[in-house]
Design a protein around this ligand. Structure first.
Ligand SMILES: [Cu+2]
Length: 124
């Protein structure tokens, strides 16, 4: 009986490991002419999709639409800091960095909860 519980625990743990490594995440957007094109929305107080999932080393083009007020889009590790004027689509291109999870910050004051506006870029 004792070994059975150990086996179950091991199975659960390996399942958790797979999940936390992001293997289960589906890639965002679609590849057009070798570039991963992803339509995104910025709104009070978040981003859609969240997370944005891409593959390490690929070219990424985000088409960002700020749907309510003007927001920002910043990823410190990639040196990206862009303003997203409301009501228009802003294009942001970069090469996906190494595997990991990167935080997307809103860099333009957009309301009382601006400081909590975050998203995630998952590179796998
Ligand atoms: Cu914002």
């Amino acid at each position: 009986m004792r070994t059975n519980w150990m086996a179950i625990a091991a199975l659960l743990l390996s399942g958790l490991a797979i999940f936390s490594n992001g293997w289960a995440e589906e890639l965002s957007g679609k590849t057009i002419d070798g570039i991963r094109v992803i339509r995104m929305e910025a709104f009070r107080y978040g981003y859609r999709p969240d997370p944005v999932v891409v593959k390490a080393g690929e070219k990424v083009r985000l088409l960002l639409n700020a749907t309510d007020v003007t927001h920002g889009f910043g990823i410190a590790e990639l040196g990206i800091n862009r303003k997203l004027p409301s009501g228009k689509v802003t294009e942001i291109e970069f090469t996906a960095p190494e595997t990991g999870t990167y935080t997307i910050y809103c860099t333009v004051f957009c309301g009382p909860d601006h400081g909590e506006m975050e998203g995630r870029l998952v590179v796998q």
